[in-house]
Design a protein around this ligand. Structure first.
Ligand code: ADP
Ligand code: MG
Length: 357
């Protein structure tokens, strides 16, 4: 109850401080009386960019600081992020002199349309921008990840399906280079749907993907698997191969529905198949800071998952659907957009978490 109430309240407090600053600078009038319009205007201007940019200057003018309530000043100093918690600083990752062994991340949620594919492409591209060698695995027969990277899945003869089912085939035969330097793709298409059935009769069927990825581990720093929207055998394969799971959650009313089943599945895989598996984090996606609803859902997610929720929150913007049409990540399609900044911030947070372990 307390946490739930705290999220939006803190956010509003941060917002109102900024509104006063903004409004006073803009008009030189008494901002208190104009707060409601200013709030809307401010949020339009600020959107999420300041919250996402950890290098931004957060201290208000000293003159203005004196007029702020002590608590609001503290919140501003501690940079309360969109999740209602103080936003830590995630350093810009330094260059690597050598690569591998890869950390494998499963992007997983049995619900469709929550941002798995978008997060796989853009987290991967942001990690590659920071000099990491990245392999993306399309593990959904829909092939949306492949499409999102400009590949037509229907034209492919060899996909991740062949890698799983045919002995003697090596990953190099299937790998495609993407337009992003340092980022490769194991593509898939509808063939993969047959694997779900065919794998059932295989020996050690849950670890088929893990075995297929093994020879690639030393070539990459990160392997990100884009899971299909189900908890079937393909997803269990992804979880068995992975070191960590990222669960994208859309900030809407039913976001938490089904998450219990997902965490149960993760738990089972950890117990029976992959003791190292960790829930790296819940990633809030399609967040709209202007709606109370979005903020409430996020507060509830933080209440339920606490520190397992990434500080980085992905805002809702039409730039993402546009990137799918363009067949490239947002980091190259709209490099200066808030969406690109959000995924760079996520990459920094993922790397910081990795080093903290
Ligand atoms: P999933 O892989 O979980 O099914 P997608 O990543 O394909 O989800 O996203 C579903 C749809 O939502 C796509 O059309 C995508 O472009 C769009 N989308 C994803 N993230 C965002 C966002 N942050 N803001 C707006 N639209 C988004
Ligand atoms: Mg998808």
């Amino acid at each position: 109850m307390t946490v739930q109430a705290e999220g939006p309240t803190r956010l509003e407090a941060v917002g109102s401080v900024a509104v006063r600053t903004f409004e006073a600078r803009r008009t030189g009038t008494n901002p208190e009386t104009q707060a409601p319009q200013a709030m809307a205007q401010y949020e339009d201007e600020l959107q999420d960019s300041q919250l996402y940019d950890p290098d931004a200057e957060y201290e208000p003018d000293p003159e203005y600081a004196a007029t702020l309530a002590p608590d609001a000043a503290r919140q501003r100093r501690e940079r309360v992020g969109p999740t209602g918690r103080p936003l830590p600083y995630f350093p810009i990752p330094g260059p690597l002199t050598e690569h591998g062994p890869a950390k494998i991340v499963a992007m997983c949620n049995q619900k469709g349309g929550v941002g798995k594919t978008t997060s796989t492409i853009n987290l991967g591209a942001a990690l590659a921008e920071y000099g990491r060698r990245v392999l993306l695995v399309d593990f959904d027969p829909q092939g949306a990840l492949s499409v999102g990277l400009g590949v037509n899945p229907m034209e492919l003869d060899i996909t991740v399906y062949n890698l799983l089912m045919e002995r003697g085939l090596v990953a190099d035969d299937v790998l495609l280079k993407t337009a992003v330097p340092g980022m490769d793709l194991l593509p898939s298409n509808i063939d993969l749907s047959a694997a779900e059935v065919q794998l059932v009769s295989e020996v050690a069927r849950e670890s088929t993907l893990q075995r297929a990825l093994k020879p690639l581990m030393s070539d990459y720093d990160y392997i990100v698997i884009d899971c299909q929207p189900s908890l079937g055998l393909l997803t269990v394969n992804a979880l068995t191969a992975a070191h960590t799971v990222i669960v994208p959650l859309e900030c809407e009313f039913f976001a938490l529905r089904g998450v219990a089943l997902l965490t149960e599945t993760i738990e089972k895989v950890r117990e029976r198949l992959n003791p190292e598996l960790e829930l790296d984090g819940i990633l809030a996606t399609m967040y709209d800071s202007r709606t109370v609803h979005s903020r409430e859902v996020l507060a509830r997610v933080v209440e339920a998952f606490d520190d397992n929720v990434f500080h980085t929150v992905i805002g809702r913007t039409v730039r993402f659907p546009e990137t799918t049409v363009a067949g490239e990540p947002i980091t190259t399609y709209a490099s200066n957009s808030v969406g690109a900044a959000a995924y760079r911030q996520l990459a920094r947070e993922v790397l910081a978490r990795c080093h903290a372990e």
